[in-house]
Design a binder for this molecule. Structure first.
Ligand SMILES: NC(=O)C1=CN([C@@H]2O[C@H](COP(=O)(O)OP(=O)(O)OC[C@H]3O[C@@H](n4cnc5c(N)ncnc54)[C@H](O)[C@@H]3O)[C@@H](O)[C@H]2O)C=CC1
Ligand SMILES: O=C(CO)COP(=O)(O)O
Length: 393
């Protein structure tokens, strides 16, 4: 079945999906749609059903937006995917009711992505092992500080399907002394699944509203790129697959440090010229960092892909890291206070990444080669005034 196939009338699950609506908030006219990169046939599923089974681990704003797209695609391509897509929701009581119940009854994630209707074949599930049961395609999208706990659960014998594949949409890095690792690599190492990376200029709410954008997936094999393109490509979410898993992962992680710098610029009341300089220097440091420490990564991932330049731009203008850093420069309040005040339970990723990258560069005696990253660290953690950002760059 092609990507444009219509929804089947008899889904293969026991739940009643009879009133399922599959439509993006914005419908792009057919004539302006890019041709789908999805091939007619996908690599075979290892399940007896012959179908791939998708699950999503994480239900914050980005987790919910990606789960929405994956569930819509699973529904449309019902002969290749199980219709039901499970999404792990860390249970929380919201207005007196468990969040999983709210999501499954109202099809709204009122806590993290309010006002966006989720497809009815997306099922909020509180226990991780139920989420991943028989899943062959696992999307990791928890804030990075919680990944280790999740992987600890999944490592237990018999929890994951032995032929499962994973993709990480998490932005950050793992540092141990002089070693640095992407989360795709960490996931692969801890649970043994081949792991791709998804990253791009993708502010969750805009994606969920169906505003056109692009994303990049970095995949370790051609099979992975076929499968993950089929899971995520949509008329308003154009997927481009590349081989550079590290470049895609690092683009997403490092741009959050630059976004903090952009927020400092805004908080200081400086103008577009300064911000443009920060973006240029930031892109240069991001690219050189990846080329220096991740063998085989490609400069073009940063200059040509949504995961590089495009994500940097959107985050430096519209992201949470920028917003919180602006507040930091204006008020001098600590980031954890600002995160609670401005993000309504969502999580800031850039400050922890700035610290991880600083620790790594210090261990490698290379801090002097990345002055912007270093300044962001010093402002965020060592009391350097934000106005010192541009001194000596
Ligand atoms: N929101 C966005 O626009 C985008 C986010 N990302 C990345 O996606 C990843 C996930 O971000 P979001 O979905 O935005 O999450 P979020 O920032 O909305 O955080 C809320 C999520 O954190 C979970 N959480 C809170 N405390 C927890 C705990 N103790 N243990 C486990 N989970 C806990 C909540 O259950 C919820 O799923 C991050 O790495 C982020 O950088 C990537 C692209 C866009
Ligand atoms: O990664 C993002 C957009 O691609 C979102 O960035 P923030 O976490 O700064 O909102």
């Amino acid at each position: 079945m092609s990507a444009q196939s219509t929804a089947p009338s008899t889904p293969d699950v026991t739940k009643d999906f009879s009133d399922l609506e599959i439509s993006s908030t914005v419908t792009t006219p057919a004539a302006t749609r890019p041709s789908s990169p999805i091939p007619a046939a996908l690599p075979p599923s290892p399940l007896a059903s012959g179908k791939h089974k998708i699950c999503v681990i994480g239900s914050g704003s980005w987790g919910s937006a990606l789960a929405k797209i994956a569930a819509e695609n699973a529904w449309k391509r019902n002969d290749e995917f199980h219709s039901e897509v499970r999404m792990w929701v860390r249970e929380k009581i919201v207005n007196g009711k468990p969040l999983t119940h709210i999501i499954n009854r109202t099809h709204l994630n009122s806590r993290y992505l309010p006002d966006i209707k989720l497809p009815k074949n997306l099922v909020a599930t509180p226990h991780l092992k139920d989420v991943v049961k028989d899943a062959t395609l696992i999307v990791f999208v928890v804030p990075h500080q919680f990944l280790h706990t999740v992987l600890g659960e999944l490592r237990k014998p018999g929890v994951l399907h032995p032929q499962a594949r994973a993709i990480s949409a998490i932005k950050g890095v793992e540092v141990n002394g002089t070693d640095i690792e992407t989360f795709a690599s960490l996931i692969e190492g801890k649970v043994g699944t081949p792991c791709s990376a998804l990253s791009g200029a993708n502010i969750a709410l805009e994606v969920a509203m169906g505003q056109f954008c692009e994303t990049t997936i970095g995949c370790p094999s051609h099979e992975d790129s076929l499968l993950w393109s089929a899971v995520f490509h949509a008329p308003t979410f154009r997927v481009n697959a590349v081989e550079d898993v590290n470049g895609v992962s690092l683009g997403g992680a490092l741009k959050n440090i630059v976004a903090l710098a952009a927020g400092f610029v805004d908080g200081l009341g400086l103008g577009g010229n300064t911000k443009a300089a920060i973006l240029r220097i930031g892109l240069s440091e991001m690219t050189e960092f990846c080329l220096e420490f991740f063998e085989g990564s490609q400069r073009e991932t940063f200059s040509n892909e949504s995961a590089g330049i495009a994500d940097l731009i959107t985050t430096c203008y519209g992201g949470r890291n920028r917003k919180c850093a602006e507040e930091f420069a204006k008020t001098g309040q600590p980031f954890d206070v600002i995160e609670k005040k401005l993000l309504n339970g969502q999580k800031l990723q850039g400050t922890a990444t700035a610290e991880e990258v600083h620790n790594f560069l210090r261990a490698r005696k290379r801090t002097h080669a990345y002055p912007l990253f270093e300044k962001v660290y010093q402002i965020s953690y060592e009391g350097l005034p934000p106005k010192a950002l541009v001194q000596g760059l």
